[in-house]
Ligand binder design. Structure first.
Ligand SMILES: Nc1ncnc2c1ncn2[C@@H]1O[C@H](COP(=O)(O)OP(=O)(O)OP(=O)(O)O)[C@@H](O)[C@H]1O
Ligand SMILES: [Mg+2]
Length: 250
């Protein structure tokens, strides 16, 4: 049986100020197995980014537990543990790439290894391997401004997986890209799962992206309202139907 990498149990997040109370997450529970590619689809404001922020210790849950490789993670929500946890345990890919503009593609990819104090010789070998998988070897010395959106996103994926984190989190990674480039980036995620056994949790509004995953979690109003296991045939139709049912409240 494949190993469970992530277990989320009863996770809730409430944002409060003097005017408003927002229940961004309400009792969310799910788990991810090693090399599973799971997608979250949901309406705007349904708590998708909040979940990813909590899983990467950028935000603190109001209640609930997270276990990574069987280890409870309640100590990760304060510094310096939060930074250490992020560096070691999560790769994060953003819609807006968020690369360091003065560094080349290869230096951007190497950042997590440099921060972890890895020796220079082994950094180079690992970066070379990732550049090869990403099809970026010819662009290694290009800075972000000299790369297309799709190439920049591939660099961002390289940076996210270079240190072999147990989970790769991606928040609308194809949101800024056209159809063909989105497809290329999706293929990179699939390759990361197949060649590196990478566990992936990806948020998307795109049902085509969702249909390429193993499993889709449907979020609405801070809750997981449904779940779909992709089988190949009819996935796109089924995903669209479930999404419509949830958003129309039927
Ligand atoms: N830091 C914050 N302070 C107060 N409220 C917040 C904060 N972050 C998120 N929220 C609220 O929590 C809810 C969930 O937001 P979240 O960003 O997780 O939604 P989302 O599903 O990612 O939406 P989208 O698809 O538009 O990106 C929203 O009502 C949002 O306004
Ligand atoms: Mg969001």
């Amino acid at each position: 049986m494949s190993q469970t990498v992530l277990e989320v149990e009863g996770l809730s997040k409430t944002y409060e100020n003097s005017m408003h109370v927002v229940h961004a997450l309400k009792n969310v529970s799910f788990s991810l197995k090693k090399a599973e590619f799971a997608v979250i689809m949901g309406t705007s404001g349904s708590g998708k980014s909040t979940l990813l922020h909590i899983l990467s210790a950028l935000d603190k849950p109001t209640s609930g537990t997270i276990k990574l490789n069987g280890q409870p993670c309640h100590h990760i929500f304060r510094e310096p543990e939060a930074s250490r946890y992020r560096l070691k345990n999560v790769g994060f890919v953003f819609q807006a790439y968020n690369l360091l503009k003065d560094l080349s593609a290869e230096d951007n990819i190497a950042v997590p290894l440099v921060l972890q104090g890895e020796p220079e010789a082994s950094i180079q070998a690992r970066v070379d391997e990732v550049l090869r998988i990403l099809g970026l070897s010819a662009f290694r010395r290009h800075r972000p401004v000299e790369l297309s959106g799709g190439q920049q996103q591939r660099v961002a994926i390289g940076r996210a997986i270079i240190a072999n984190p147990p989970i790769l989190l991606a928040d609308e990674p194809t949101g800024n890209l056209d159809y063909n480039t989105s497809k290329e980036i999706l293929d990179v995620f699939i390759k990361m799962r197949e060649e590196r056994q990478q566990t992936i949790l990806l948020v998307t509004h795109d049902p085509v992206v969702a249909a390429s995953a193993d499993r889709v979690l449907f979020f609405h109003d801070g809750e997981i309202r449904d779940e779909y296991h992709c089988r190949g045939k009819q996935d796109l139709d089924n995903i669209l139907r479930i999404f419509k049912t949830i958003t129309e409240g039927r």
